[in-house]
Design a protein. Structure first.
Length: 544
């Protein structure tokens, strides 16, 4: 075996070292591959894109602030706040893009695949009948549904609203091809709203057929406010038996469709509804402060709720908080009872955005993180706010995490898992470059997509735990470390300094306890990598 050190780029090596220096004395197989990143945008700002798969293509849908053709935008559009949709191939090349909207503000909050490979999205519109908006306004803001064919041509659009304000608009395609749209409404019975509200603002669920014709609507809420202003406020999810989970933040006491009192300023409210929108059960989760809710998914024996918590221990919150805002996960059984909750975060604020089951078990969790490395956030910051993705096992133990960002604010919004288990993270980022952001962008803010792969072969064994894999002792050491657990075979041992320089190399034989000398190096911290034919691992060692 011979390593070509000249082929190792200095910046890649330093990045690996920085990552590992913030981790405990553990063993990490080389299981992460950064594939690519790309920005999409114009001279103006592009924000809050959602990502979805369509066969072997990728759909990205958000909002563009540019009227006309510029940068990656080849469709003129209608206003400075149009929906902007791109179809990409798996190498992130643009197949086509489409700007669609009216003369006022239009935003996308939901994305699904319709019949015949159509692309269906929902959101909110302030535009009256104009340009691509074919129906007149009901109030200030209305829910908006639109579909495109696989070439980006508009098939249909419709709007739904009351005489007041509708906000958000999450989307689920039903098994029969119909759609559910869910968000917030502050209106009374008027326009398309046939069910009265309960408080200042309620949740509103609409059922439509596959052509966008409204079938029925239901209102949910209590005597105060149910929030649907941002993607971290509310959720809609399809589960088995043609049932659905709806909910979000609630400030209400027992009243209306809220059957459980809260614990603080606003709590997570979850309701299970049948195919006609009737509540089967509802429950509240939270503490003395504020809880946000981003997504809920069905698992084999219940549901996983993803959110963000400000509260400390109290109410239904059992896991002590870390910082002001932590990513928060609650495991719920099929009757709505809490089984456990977990908090994740670093020194500063962390917000939960998206969650999906991992193909090899456990869950992938996407969030954003502020501040430096610390606690569950193992890497230093790139910007003011970064994408943060981590993997947990089935009971919530964190396995691995990764951070991506440019020099400014990077807002993650969703991710997809491909058939090869690679992951595309989607969001928007301020222009600029970093060690993991190679495409600086076109304008002030752009869609920014990161593509990576992670192979779940991390041993993650602390040097004091000999249950599995490699163990190292003593560590720190004065001169000699003893390495146990290397599989049979010959290894090239490469000692790196913290600046990425190769200090020395040697050959070792695995299969038994191996002694490795640091007698000829100065005091400090190093990384020792073992290169074998079928096994590569890196450990952090310290010479006292």
């Amino acid at each position: 075996m011979k390593t070509n050190y000249k082929s190792i780029r200095a910046n890649e090596c330093i990045l690996i070292l920085l990552i590992l220096l913030f981790l405990p004395f553990s063993v990490f197989s080389q299981n992460f591959t950064f594939i690519a990143d790309r920005s999409f945008g114009t001279l103006s700002g592009e924000k809050y894109p959602i990502i979805a798969k369509l066969n072997n293509k990728i759909i990205v849908a958000g909002t563009s602030g540019y009227i006309g053709i510029n940068g990656d935008k080849t469709d003129i559009g209608c206003s400075s706040s149009d929906a902007w949709i791109l179809m990409l191939d798996q190498n992130m090349n643009i197949v086509w893009d489409k700007a669609i909207g009216g003369l006022d503000q239009d935003e996308i909050h939901g994305l699904a695949l319709g019949i015949n490979n159509s692309i269906v999205f929902t959101g909110e519109t302030r535009s009256d009948s104009s340009c691509d908006i074919s129906t007149v306004t009901r109030g200030t803001y209305d829910f908006w549904l639109c579909s495109l064919d696989s070439n980006g041509n508009k098939l249909l659009d419709n709007r739904y609203g009351s005489s007041s304000v509708e906000s958000g608009g999450k989307l689920v395609r039903r098994s029969n091809g119909d759609y559910l749209i869910f968000g917030g409404s502050s209106g009374s019975i008027s326009g398309d709203k046939t069910t009265a509200g309960y408080g200042d603002k309620d949740y509103w669920l609409i059922s439509t057929d596959s052509n966008g014709n409204k079938l029925w609507d239901k209102t949910y809420g209590g005597n105060s406010i149910e929030f649907a202003n941002f993607s971290t406020d509310y959720f809609l999810s399809s589960i088995k038996n043609n049932e659905y989970l709806i909910g979000g933040r609630s400030n209400s006491f027992i009243s209306g469709t809220i059957s459980v009192n809260g614990y603080g300023n606003s709590d997570a409210w979850v309701a299970k509804v049948d195919s006609a929108g009737n509540v089967i059960w509802d429950n509240r989760f939270g503490g003395s402060e504020v809880e946000l809710t981003s997504k809920i998914i069905e698992v084999n024996n219940g549901y996983i709720l993803l959110g963000t918590s400000v509260s400390k221990t109290g109410g239904t919150i059992l896991d002590t908080g870390i910082a002001a805002l932590d990513v928060w996960i609650v495991k719920i059984d099929t009757l709505g009872n809490q089984l456990w909750d977990k908090r994740y975060g670093g020194i500063d604020d962390d917000i939960g955005i998206d969650i999906q089951e991992a193909p090899d078990g456990g869950f992938w969790v996407l969030g954003v993180t502020d501040g430096p490395a610390g606690y569950d956030v193992s890497e230093p910051s790139y910007g003011i706010r970064d994408y943060w993705i981590f993997k947990i096992d089935s009971v919530g133990n964190k396995i691995w995490d990764k951070r991506f960002g440019g020099p400014g604010i990077n807002e993650a919004s969703s991710f997809i898992i491909m058939p090869d288990s690679s992951i595309f993270i989607c969001g928007h980022a301020v222009a600029g470059n970093s060690a993991v952001k190679t495409d600086s962008g076109k304008g002030s803010e752009d869609y920014w997509i990161v593509h990576f792969n992670y192979y779940n072969n991390t041993t993650g064994i602390n040097s004091t735990n000999a249950a599995h894999g490699i163990t190292v002792s003593p560590n720190p050491t004065q001169n000699i470390i003893n390495v146990k657990g290397l599989p049979m075979g010959q290894y090239e041992a490469i000692l790196f300094g913290v600046d990425g320089r190769v200090i020395k190399t040697s050959l070792l034989q695995g299969g038994n306890e191996v002694s490795y000398s640091l007698d000829d190096v100065s005091h400090g911290m190093y990384l020792l990598r073992f290169n074998g034919d079928d096994f590569i691992a890196t450990i952090k060692v310290v010479k006292e």
